[in-house]
Design a binder for this molecule. Structure first.
Ligand SMILES: *Cc1c(COP(=O)(O)O)cnc(C)c1O
Length: 375
């Protein structure tokens, strides 16, 4: 099945008892036992498994082409689930420009538990090769990265990592399975912040990890999920599952608009640089053509005039909401450096845009107006 069909059909079976076409939200925390003490209907308690979460997990696993998905309370909950695979003495490689929350987990939670880590330039496979050690158990990739949209070569890095006995997990939040299938490139695990494109409407938080194969990794994650209690509510699962039905449509339309905006910004003299993998000037463009089927709907740009001018441009836009997060139906604009904290390597003049579903001409006109008044 293709992605559009999966997103409409998988985990949305018609309820046989009622004929309901739209799935119900299953709020029950507990399930009736059979007379002989068994649970022949498959559920016993809400935390280990429930129908709303199972429907979501089946759909996400199918979207990524993996064996099994586990859903979590947030994207951060999902990355922590992956880090729960690590043991004292293990070593992790992660990108210099990791999502700042993922980097903070390594520094504040994983590191103090006796795991060492290094942030490396994942755009350079030679750097990755040299950084791998016999203790490296996990290579974390985020491609395209946040917020500079840098590309990492998943296939080459997965080969290098596997050669040293390390696992590879790709944070696929920006690309979504609509444009990138990390398992086809050799990844072992795929992680998502469902708060972004999966949820798609800026009204639900969640996360997921997909394991390529059944077995050790997926068993560990399933056990971790239940034991940690790091789980989404049935209603949150229902909302994300509902939004997934339109994932491909939304991402296609948003990407189309993003490409137009990137071209517009690229030509604008008030802009120093545009970071969008679809632009030929982008250093990751060739790699993006190779490992992605589309360039996505996230872009960033550096405004001439530095930090103050970046803030001024964001303030003058009328259609772009000044807010963090991404992947929703409304376009957002954000000064990243000021939210990323002291470890941030993001330029002061950079604004990140999450392109929504508004009309492209309206969005271009709005940015044009905001930039016209700048220096
Ligand atoms: C938002 C985000 C996360 C964290 O997800 P939350 O749902 O906010 O916890 C991780 N990675 C990327 C790339 C993100 O954009």
């Amino acid at each position: 099945m293709k992605i559009e069909t999966i997103s409409v059909r998988v985990g949305r079976d018609i309820e046989s008892a009622t004929g309901e076409v739209a799935p119900a939200v299953h709020l029950s925390t507990t399930y009736e036992r059979d007379i002989d003490g068994e649970f022949s209907r498959g559920y016993d308690y809400i935390r280990p498994d429930n129908p709303s979460r199972r429907a979501l997990e089946q759909c996400i696993a199918a979207l990524e082409g993996g064996a099994e998905a586990t859903a979590y309370a947030s994207g951060s909950g999902a990355s922590l689930a992956v880090f729960s695979l690590l043991r004292p003495g293990d070593h992790v490689l992660a990108p210099v420009e990791s999502y700042h929350g993922t980097a903070k987990q390594l520094r504040d939670i994983v590191g103090p538990m006796g795991v060492s880590y290094a942030f490396v330039d994942m755009t350079n496979t030679d750097v990755v090769r040299r950084a791998l050690t016999d203790k490296t158990r996990l290579v974390w990739l985020e491609t395209p990265s946040n917020p500079m949209l840098n590309l990492s070569d998943v296939e080459t890095i997965a080969d290098l990592a596997h050669g040293r006995g390390a696992l590879v997990c790709v944070d696929n939040t920006f690309a979504t399975p609509v444009w990138q299938k990390p398992f086809e490139l050799g990844a072992d695990l795929v992680m998502h912040s469902s708060t972004k494109y999966f949820g798609g409407h800026s009204d639900v938080m969640g996360g997921a990890v997909v394991a390529r194969d059944h077995g050790g990794l997926s068993d560990h994650l399933r056990d971790y999920q239940s034991t940690s209690g790091n789980v989404p509510s049935p209603f949150d699962c229902w909302l994300v599952r509902r939004s997934l039905t339109t994932l491909a449509c939304r991402v296609h339309a948003q990407t189309h608009t993003a490409a137009r905006l990137a071209q517009f910004l690229h030509r604008h003299r008030g802009i120093e640089r545009v970071f969008y993998p679809g632009l030929e000037s982008h250093p990751g463009h060739e790699l993006a053509r190779k490992q992605m089927s589309g360039f996505g709907a996230m872009l960033s740009f550096c405004v001439r005039g530095g930090r103050d001018e970046a803030f001024a441009v964001a303030a003058r836009t009328k259609l772009f909401t000044r807010a963090t997060s991404l992947g929703g139906v409304e376009s957002l604009i954000e000064h990243r450096k000021s939210v990323e904290g002291p470890h941030s390597v993001t330029p002061e003049s950079l604004l990140r845009v999450s392109v929504g579903l508004e009309n492209v001409e309206d969005l271009i006109a709005d940015l044009d107006e905001a930039l016209r008044m700048s220096g």
